[in-house]
Design a protein around this ligand. Structure first.
Ligand code: SF4
Length: 373
């Protein structure tokens, strides 16, 4: 059987964070239940198309999937189990927002087969959390952490965010050190991006009050140094893990494997065809076919994706993998771009492998743009 990953979108949150442009909104319980029913119907119907696939990873993302009741989570997981061939060692992750965890829910998640949690902390500083509009404090997070560890979750990610308004190198260091003490298996540390249409765009769209590029870079360097000392390996530009505990689901995106998304606005990529579900809740609830855009990637687009997604990984991309996938040598297609960035010290090409250097990581967007045709 071929491998498949499944993403399930839960588009509800207690309230909107000030920086967030994800597809999510607060909702009444009855709306959430209608959505869960529709989602389960979608999963059940679509499963017919994937009889030849084995599901190796599942990711319940959002929004705030931990907002669902224990019964609603069980409802989604049981339809998935009934209709898909789930690998016995599948990685099944759920995103959790501190402040939405209870002892009963945490044990129900384990009972539903969820074996990995990704917890959105962002900062250990209450001032910063307040500014971001998060619903929780550092203490709330610690309480949620204790509940999920006590429930037996031994594979957890903590999401952090640097480049926040008013954040200093010292406050970022404090966040990292507080979190390391808890020994999570995985850490994601992304830089804040100010998105249009969010309250943060109104407040900081011009860049005033945000750490400058130099400070942002220092925070990135500091993250790598502090986490390396604590035993974490950076395996992707913004992701760190203890050896062997990288997120298998996210690696599927970066290596161009098949994934299918269910739920509002969910994206899929199966056998080089990208398709997206509708983003309007009314349409989602009202139609059987949820897909609104479908696009088959050309050979060139597949090569672009192979390069710019693969280069996000610290192991980089391989020339043999490229040749096997596309029947052409990487040097033939991208030789001049690779040579130029190697001369600039932004890429390293050692034998079969091409990867970003430390300097290349700092300007990864500039390097990757050169791989587009
Ligand atoms: S919890 Fe996450 S998805 Fe929800 S509003 Fe905040 S950042 Fe957005």
């Amino acid at each position: 059987m071929k491998s498949l990953s499944v993403y399930i979108h839960i588009p509800f949150c207690v309230r909107k964070c000030r920086y967030c442009d994800f597809l999510s909104a607060p909702a009444e319980n009855s709306q959430i239940q209608s959505y869960v029913n529709e989602l389960c119907g979608e999963i059940h119907r679509e499963a017919q198309k994937y009889k030849l696939y084995e599901v190796v990873t599942v990711f319940l993302g959002g929004g705030t999937p931990s907002l669902l009741s224990a019964d609603q989570t069980a409802q989604v997981m049981s339809v998935l189990r009934a209709d898909f061939a789930l690998s016995p060692d599948a990685e099944i992750t759920m995103e959790v927002n501190p402040g939405t965890v209870t002892e009963q829910k945490a044990s129900a998640w384990r009972g539903a087969g969820i074996n990995r949690l990704s917890i959105g902390l962002q900062s250990a500083e209450d001032e910063e959390l307040k500014l971001l509009g998060r619903i929780h404090t550092w203490q709330d997070f610690l309480h949620s952490w204790e509940l999920v560890r006590n429930a037996g979750f031994a594979n957890c990610n903590i999401d952090l965010m640097s480049g926040l308004p008013g954040q200093t190198l010292e406050s970022w260091r404090r966040t990292l050190s507080e979190v390391i003490v808890l020994k999570p298996e995985h850490l994601s540390a992304y830089s804040l991006i100010i998105e249009e249409g969010t309250p943060f765009y109104e407040m900081y769209g011009e860049g005033d009050g945000l750490p400058d590029e130099e400070l942002d870079r220092q925070m990135y360097q500091e993250t790598k140094a502090i986490l390396a000392k604590a035993g974490y390996v950076r395996y992707e530009i913004s992701n760190y893990a203890r050896p062997g505990q990288e997120c298998r689901h996210n690696k599927v995106y970066w290596t161009g494997e098949n994934y299918v998304g269910f739920g509002l606005g969910a994206a899929s990529m199966v056998e080089h065809v990208r398709f997206d579900n509708v983003r309007c809740m009314e349409s989602y609830l009202g139609r059987l076919d949820k897909v609104e855009h479908r696009h088959e990637l050309s050979r060139e687009e597949q090569m672009e994706e192979y390069m710019f997604l693969g280069l996000r990984l610290m192991t980089g991309v391989t020339k043999s993998g490229f040749a096997q996938r596309f029947g052409r040598r990487m040097e033939e297609v991208y030789g001049s771009v690779i040579d130029r960035h190697c001369r600039e010290g932004l890429l390293a090409s050692d034998g079969d492998c091409v990867r970003l250097t430390d300097r290349g990581i700092d300007v990864s967007n500039y390097v990757m743009a050169d791989f587009l045709f």
